[in-house]
Design a protein around this ligand. Structure first.
Ligand SMILES: Nc1ncnc2c1ncn2[C@@H]1O[C@H](COP(=O)(O)OP(=O)(O)OP(=O)(O)O)[C@@H](O)[C@H]1O
Length: 312
C-alpha cells in the first residue's frame, strides 16, 4: 500500500437529527500513519463525525472511503475504538477483560505486548471497577488495541483525567503512533492537540473552520507574539489606546491580549497610556488563541454557549 494514500476520505459528509444539521458537509483526507485531531468545543460535531466513520451511525449525505473503498469492507477488522465505558468490565478483573476481548479476534496482539504498551502490568489482577480514571483509560485503550488495529479511534480520551494521568496517556498515544498506527483523536483540549497531532481539523458548529498541522496553522494565522495583561488594567480612561490598538486588542477570560509585531513598541504604548504592567506576559500564540481568532469566542465561551443551548 502507498504509505501516502489517505486511510480515510470524507466527502461532503453531513448528519442531521430531526432537521438539526450537526455536521454540515465536511470533506477531509486523513493520511496513513499520523495522529489526526478533530478539535472543537462541545457540540461542534466531532463525535457525530467519528461515529459516522466508525459505522455506528449513518450519514444523512456524503461519502466515507476507507483506503479508497466506499464500502469500507476492511474497516471493521482494521479499526480499534476506545469506548468511554464497557458495561461488562465492572464484573471482571483487568486480565479477564483482556481475555474476553482477545477471544473475539483471530489474531489478537500478543498479550505481553499489549500489557507493556498500555502499562497494565501492575493492575492485571485488579477488579476493573476499582481502577483510577487513568488506569481505566489505559484499560479501555488496551481493549481498543486488542486486535492490533491499523486505525485507532480515541474520542476525548483524557476528559476528566488529572494532569499526571493525562500526560501518561499522551505518552501512550505517542508510542502507538510510533508503531505506525493511524490515530484519530477528538479533543477539546487544544494543548493535547498541539502535543499529539501531526495534522488537525478544527470544527465549530458542524463545519471545519481550519485544517493543517498545529505549527502551520499558527504560522498561517499569527505573525506576532501575544502581550497579555489582566483585563482590569484597561479602564474606561484608555479609549485612545483602545483605538490605537484597534484589531490587535481582544479580551477573553479576564485577559487583554495584544497581537504585537514589536514588544518594545507595545510596551511603550502601554506605558504612555499609564497602563499598569503588573501581571504582564509575553507568549507565543496557541491553538486556543487561534480558535478565538477564527470564531471571535474563546473555546471556553463556545462551550458555555453550547451547554446553555443544550439545557434550554
Ligand atoms: N442523537 C442525537 N440526537 C439529536 N441531536 C444530537 C444527537 N447527537 C448529537 N446531537 C447534537 O449534534 C450536535 C453535535 O454533537 P456532537 O456530540 O457530535 O458534538 P461534539 O463536538 O462531539 O461535542 P462533545 O465535545 O460535547 O462530545 C450537538 O448539538 C448535539 O446536541
Amino acid at each position: 500500500m502507498n504509505a501516502r494514500a489517505p486511510i480515510l476520505t470524507l466527502r461532503n459528509l453531513s448528519k442531521s437529527y430531526d432537521g438539526f444539521e450537526a455536521v454540515k458537509g465536511i470533506s477531509l483526507e486523513i493520511p496513513t500513519g499520523i495522529c489526526f485531531g478533530l478539535l472543537g468545543p462541545n457540540g461542534a460535531g466531532k463525535t457525530t463525525t467519528i461515529e459516522m466513520i466508525e459505522g455506528v451511525s449513518t450519514p444523512t449525505a456524503g461519502d466515507i472511503l476507507y483506503k479508497g473503498d466506499p464500502q469500507r469492507r476492511q474497516l471493521a477488522d482494521q479499526a480499534g475504538i476506545q469506548f468511554q465505558s464497557t458495561a461488562l468490565m465492572d464484573y471482571l478483573k483487568v486480565n479477564e477483560v483482556l481475555d474476553l476481548f482477545a477471544s473475539f479476534y483471530p489474531a489478537p496482539m500478543p498479550r505481553q505486548q499489549l500489557v507493556d504498551l498500555c502499562q497494565l502490568q501492575d493492575i492485571l489482577d485488579r477488579s476493573a471497577s476499582k481502577l483510577s480514571g487513568g488506569q481505566r483509560q489505559r484499560l479501555l485503550l488496551a481493549v481498543a488495541l486488542v486486535n492490533d488495529p491499523e486505525l485507532v479511534f480515541l474520542d476525548e480520551p483524557t476528559t476528566g483525567l488529572d494532569p499526571h494521568s493525562r500526560r501518561q496517556f499522551w505518552h501512550l498515544v505517542e508510542t502507538i503512533r510510533a508503531r505506525g498506527k493511524t490515530v484519530l483523536l477528538t479533543t477539546h483540549y487544544m494543548e493535547e492537540a498541539e502535543r499529539l497531532c501531526d495534522d488537525l481539523a478544527i470544527m465549530n458548529q458542524g463545519k471545519i473552520i481550519a485544517r493543517g498541522s498545529p505549527q502551520a496553522l499558527l504560522d498561517e494565522h499569527f505573525e506576532h507574539v501575544l502581550v497579555c495583561l489582566p483585563q482590569t488594567h484597561f479602564t474606561d480612561n484608555c479609549e485612545a489606546l483602545r483605538r490605537e490598538l484597534a484589531d490587535t486588542l481582544s479580551f477573553s477570560g479576564g485577559q487583554a491580549m495584544i497581537t504585537s509585531s514589536s514588544v518594545d513598541r507595545t510596551l511603550q504604548q502601554l506605558i504612555e497610556s499609564n497602563i499598569s504592567l503588573d501581571g504582564l506576559q509575553v507568549r507565543n500564540p496557541t491553538l486556543d488563541d487561534l480558535f478565538l481568532k477564527l470564531t471571535g469566542l474563546s473555546l471556553e465561551a463556545q462551550e458555555s454557549l453550547a451547554s446553555e443551548g443544550s439545557t434550554g
